[in-house]
Design a protein around this ligand. Sequence first.
Ligand SMILES: CC(C)(COP(=O)(O)OP(=O)(O)OC[C@H]1O[C@@H](n2cnc3c(N)ncnc32)[C@H](O)[C@@H]1OP(=O)(O)O)[C@@H](O)C(=O)NCCC(=O)NCCS
Length: 181
Amino acid sequence: MSTGASASLAENSVFLTPVAPEDLDAVSAMAARIWPAAYGAILSPEQIEYMLRWMYDAETLRSNLAAGVLTWWIVCKEERIGFLAAGPREEAGLCPLHKFYLLPEAQGRGLGSAALAALVTRLHSDGVRILELRVNRHNHAAIGFYRRNGFTVHAEDCRDIGGGFAMDDYVMRLDLASGTF
Ligand SMILES: CC(C)(COP(=O)(O)OP(=O)(O)OC[C@H]1O[C@@H](n2cnc3c(N)ncnc32)[C@H](O)[C@@H]1OP(=O)(O)O)[C@@H](O)C(=O)NCCC(=O)NCCS
Protein backbone atom coordinates (compact mmCIF):
# COMPACT_ATOMS: atom_id res chain seq x y z
CA MET A 1 0.00 0.00 0.00
CA SER A 2 1.41 3.40 -0.89
CA THR A 3 1.80 6.12 1.71
CA GLY A 4 0.18 9.50 1.23
CA ALA A 5 3.61 11.02 0.61
CA SER A 6 4.50 8.60 -2.19
CA ALA A 7 1.04 8.94 -3.72
CA SER A 8 1.42 12.70 -3.87
CA LEU A 9 4.93 12.32 -5.31
CA ALA A 10 3.52 10.13 -8.10
CA GLU A 11 0.71 12.65 -8.62
CA ASN A 12 3.32 15.38 -9.17
CA SER A 13 5.65 13.35 -11.41
CA VAL A 14 6.30 15.22 -14.61
CA PHE A 15 8.60 14.47 -17.50
CA LEU A 16 10.07 16.72 -20.15
CA THR A 17 10.09 15.30 -23.68
CA PRO A 18 11.46 17.22 -26.67
CA VAL A 19 8.92 18.77 -29.03
CA ALA A 20 9.48 17.35 -32.53
CA PRO A 21 9.34 19.73 -35.52
CA GLU A 22 6.11 18.08 -36.70
CA ASP A 23 4.49 18.90 -33.31
CA LEU A 24 4.98 22.66 -33.52
CA ASP A 25 1.38 23.18 -34.64
CA ALA A 26 0.26 21.41 -31.47
CA VAL A 27 2.35 23.86 -29.43
CA SER A 28 0.60 26.79 -31.17
CA ALA A 29 -2.78 25.18 -30.51
CA MET A 30 -1.98 24.63 -26.82
CA ALA A 31 -0.77 28.25 -26.48
CA ALA A 32 -4.06 29.43 -27.99
CA ARG A 33 -5.88 27.53 -25.22
CA ILE A 34 -3.67 28.79 -22.39
CA TRP A 35 -3.11 32.45 -23.26
CA PRO A 36 -6.66 33.85 -23.00
CA ALA A 37 -7.04 32.31 -19.53
CA ALA A 38 -3.55 33.36 -18.41
CA TYR A 39 -3.60 36.90 -19.77
CA GLY A 40 -7.29 37.78 -20.16
CA ALA A 41 -7.22 39.96 -17.03
CA ILE A 42 -4.05 41.87 -17.90
CA LEU A 43 -3.89 42.15 -21.71
CA SER A 44 -6.53 43.15 -24.26
CA PRO A 45 -7.90 40.40 -26.56
CA GLU A 46 -6.24 42.28 -29.44
CA GLN A 47 -2.82 42.16 -27.78
CA ILE A 48 -3.22 38.46 -26.94
CA GLU A 49 -4.07 37.71 -30.57
CA TYR A 50 -1.18 39.86 -31.81
CA MET A 51 1.36 38.19 -29.51
CA LEU A 52 0.11 34.69 -30.30
CA ARG A 53 0.51 35.38 -34.01
CA TRP A 54 3.94 36.92 -33.45
CA MET A 55 5.39 34.26 -31.14
CA TYR A 56 3.51 31.06 -32.03
CA ASP A 57 3.20 31.22 -35.78
CA ALA A 58 4.46 27.81 -37.09
CA GLU A 59 7.22 29.50 -39.10
CA THR A 60 8.45 31.44 -36.04
CA LEU A 61 8.51 28.28 -33.93
CA ARG A 62 10.43 26.45 -36.68
CA SER A 63 13.05 29.19 -36.87
CA ASN A 64 13.31 29.22 -33.05
CA LEU A 65 14.05 25.49 -33.17
CA ALA A 66 16.65 26.02 -35.92
CA ALA A 67 18.27 28.76 -33.81
CA GLY A 68 18.81 26.30 -30.95
CA VAL A 69 15.80 27.08 -28.75
CA LEU A 70 14.99 23.82 -26.96
CA THR A 71 11.28 23.13 -26.53
CA TRP A 72 9.81 20.40 -24.35
CA TRP A 73 6.38 19.06 -23.62
CA ILE A 74 5.59 18.85 -19.93
CA VAL A 75 4.05 15.40 -19.56
CA CYS A 76 2.12 14.03 -16.58
CA LYS A 77 0.48 10.60 -16.58
CA GLU A 78 1.21 10.30 -20.30
CA GLU A 79 -0.74 13.50 -21.06
CA ARG A 80 0.81 16.69 -22.43
CA ILE A 81 -0.08 19.30 -19.83
CA GLY A 82 2.09 22.18 -21.00
CA PHE A 83 5.34 23.21 -22.61
CA LEU A 84 8.65 24.91 -21.91
CA ALA A 85 11.14 26.62 -24.23
CA ALA A 86 14.67 27.62 -23.21
CA GLY A 87 18.07 28.36 -24.63
CA PRO A 88 20.40 28.35 -26.32
CA ARG A 89 22.93 28.97 -23.55
CA GLU A 90 24.64 32.32 -23.94
CA GLU A 91 28.04 33.56 -22.84
CA ALA A 92 28.76 33.42 -19.10
CA GLY A 93 26.36 30.53 -18.67
CA LEU A 94 23.16 32.56 -18.98
CA CYS A 95 20.18 30.73 -20.45
CA PRO A 96 16.88 32.43 -21.40
CA LEU A 97 13.63 30.73 -20.43
CA HIS A 98 11.32 31.87 -23.23
CA LYS A 99 8.11 29.99 -22.53
CA PHE A 100 6.61 28.20 -19.55
CA TYR A 101 2.92 27.32 -19.79
CA LEU A 102 0.62 24.77 -18.22
CA LEU A 103 -2.96 24.08 -19.25
CA PRO A 104 -5.39 25.86 -16.88
CA GLU A 105 -6.64 22.56 -15.41
CA ALA A 106 -3.05 21.52 -14.57
CA GLN A 107 -2.13 24.74 -12.73
CA GLY A 108 -1.80 25.17 -8.98
CA ARG A 109 -1.00 21.51 -8.21
CA GLY A 110 2.77 21.70 -7.92
CA LEU A 111 3.32 20.45 -11.47
CA GLY A 112 4.94 23.69 -12.62
CA SER A 113 7.42 23.52 -9.73
CA ALA A 114 8.19 19.90 -10.65
CA ALA A 115 8.68 20.82 -14.33
CA LEU A 116 10.95 23.71 -13.38
CA ALA A 117 13.03 21.40 -11.16
CA ALA A 118 13.40 18.93 -14.05
CA LEU A 119 14.47 21.75 -16.38
CA VAL A 120 16.95 23.17 -13.87
CA THR A 121 18.56 19.72 -13.40
CA ARG A 122 19.08 19.42 -17.17
CA LEU A 123 20.38 22.95 -17.63
CA HIS A 124 22.69 22.71 -14.61
CA SER A 125 24.35 19.60 -16.03
CA ASP A 126 24.73 21.44 -19.36
CA GLY A 127 26.74 24.18 -17.66
CA VAL A 128 24.02 26.81 -17.28
CA ARG A 129 24.68 29.13 -14.33
CA ILE A 130 21.81 31.61 -14.61
CA LEU A 131 18.27 31.06 -15.88
CA GLU A 132 16.62 34.31 -16.99
CA LEU A 133 13.02 35.01 -17.93
CA ARG A 134 10.65 37.87 -18.61
CA VAL A 135 7.30 38.00 -16.90
CA ASN A 136 4.55 40.59 -17.29
CA ARG A 137 4.69 42.92 -14.26
CA HIS A 138 0.95 42.40 -13.70
CA ASN A 139 1.14 38.59 -13.79
CA HIS A 140 1.19 38.41 -9.99
CA ALA A 141 0.48 34.68 -9.76
CA ALA A 142 3.41 33.78 -12.01
CA ILE A 143 5.72 36.28 -10.27
CA GLY A 144 4.78 34.67 -6.92
CA PHE A 145 5.44 31.24 -8.41
CA TYR A 146 8.89 32.27 -9.64
CA ARG A 147 9.79 33.92 -6.33
CA ARG A 148 8.77 30.77 -4.44
CA ASN A 149 11.03 28.82 -6.75
CA GLY A 150 14.07 30.97 -6.03
CA PHE A 151 13.98 33.63 -8.76
CA THR A 152 14.62 37.28 -7.94
CA VAL A 153 13.84 40.42 -9.93
CA HIS A 154 16.95 41.46 -11.85
CA ALA A 155 15.53 44.38 -13.90
CA GLU A 156 12.41 46.02 -15.28
CA ASP A 157 11.96 46.24 -19.03
CA CYS A 158 9.17 47.87 -20.99
CA ARG A 159 9.53 47.41 -24.74
CA ASP A 160 7.55 48.32 -27.81
CA ILE A 161 6.55 45.17 -29.69
CA GLY A 162 4.84 46.88 -32.63
CA GLY A 163 1.15 47.03 -33.50
CA GLY A 164 0.68 49.73 -30.85
CA PHE A 165 1.47 47.26 -28.06
CA ALA A 166 4.15 47.06 -25.37
CA MET A 167 5.53 44.33 -23.12
CA ASP A 168 5.89 45.62 -19.57
CA ASP A 169 8.07 43.01 -17.90
CA TYR A 170 10.23 42.10 -14.96
CA VAL A 171 13.41 40.31 -15.88
CA MET A 172 13.85 37.60 -13.24
CA ARG A 173 16.86 35.37 -12.67
CA LEU A 174 17.57 32.11 -10.92
CA ASP A 175 21.16 31.51 -9.87
CA LEU A 176 21.85 27.84 -10.59
CA ALA A 177 25.45 28.18 -9.47
CA SER A 178 24.42 28.95 -5.87
CA GLY A 179 22.76 25.54 -5.53
CA THR A 180 19.93 27.15 -3.54
CA PHE A 181 17.21 26.43 -6.10
C1 LIG B 1 3.12 29.88 -13.81
C2 LIG B 1 2.88 28.37 -13.89
C3 LIG B 1 3.85 27.74 -14.90
C4 LIG B 1 3.15 27.78 -12.49
O1 LIG B 1 2.90 26.39 -12.51
P1 LIG B 1 1.87 25.77 -11.42
O2 LIG B 1 1.92 24.30 -11.57
O3 LIG B 1 0.55 26.44 -11.55
O4 LIG B 1 2.54 26.22 -10.06
P2 LIG B 1 2.71 25.30 -8.76
O5 LIG B 1 1.45 24.57 -8.50
O6 LIG B 1 3.97 24.52 -8.88
O7 LIG B 1 2.92 26.42 -7.71
C5 LIG B 1 1.75 27.08 -7.29
C6 LIG B 1 2.15 28.41 -6.79
O8 LIG B 1 2.29 29.30 -7.88
C7 LIG B 1 1.26 30.30 -7.84
N1 LIG B 1 0.48 30.17 -9.06
C8 LIG B 1 0.86 30.71 -10.23
N2 LIG B 1 -0.09 30.53 -11.14
C9 LIG B 1 -1.09 29.83 -10.57
C10 LIG B 1 -2.36 29.35 -11.02
N3 LIG B 1 -2.79 29.61 -12.26
N4 LIG B 1 -3.12 28.63 -10.18
C11 LIG B 1 -2.70 28.42 -8.92
N5 LIG B 1 -1.53 28.85 -8.44
C12 LIG B 1 -0.73 29.58 -9.24
C13 LIG B 1 0.43 30.10 -6.63
O9 LIG B 1 0.49 31.30 -5.90
C14 LIG B 1 1.04 28.93 -5.90
O10 LIG B 1 1.62 29.33 -4.71
P3 LIG B 1 1.20 28.59 -3.34
O11 LIG B 1 1.51 27.14 -3.56
O12 LIG B 1 2.05 29.24 -2.31
O13 LIG B 1 -0.26 28.88 -3.22
C15 LIG B 1 1.41 28.03 -14.30
O14 LIG B 1 0.52 28.44 -13.28
C16 LIG B 1 0.97 28.65 -15.60
O15 LIG B 1 1.19 28.08 -16.68
N6 LIG B 1 0.34 29.86 -15.52
C17 LIG B 1 -0.24 30.50 -16.67
C18 LIG B 1 0.79 30.94 -17.68
C19 LIG B 1 1.86 31.84 -17.11
O16 LIG B 1 1.60 32.85 -16.50
N7 LIG B 1 3.12 31.43 -17.39
C20 LIG B 1 4.28 32.19 -17.00
C21 LIG B 1 4.68 33.06 -18.13
S1 LIG B 1 6.13 34.02 -17.74
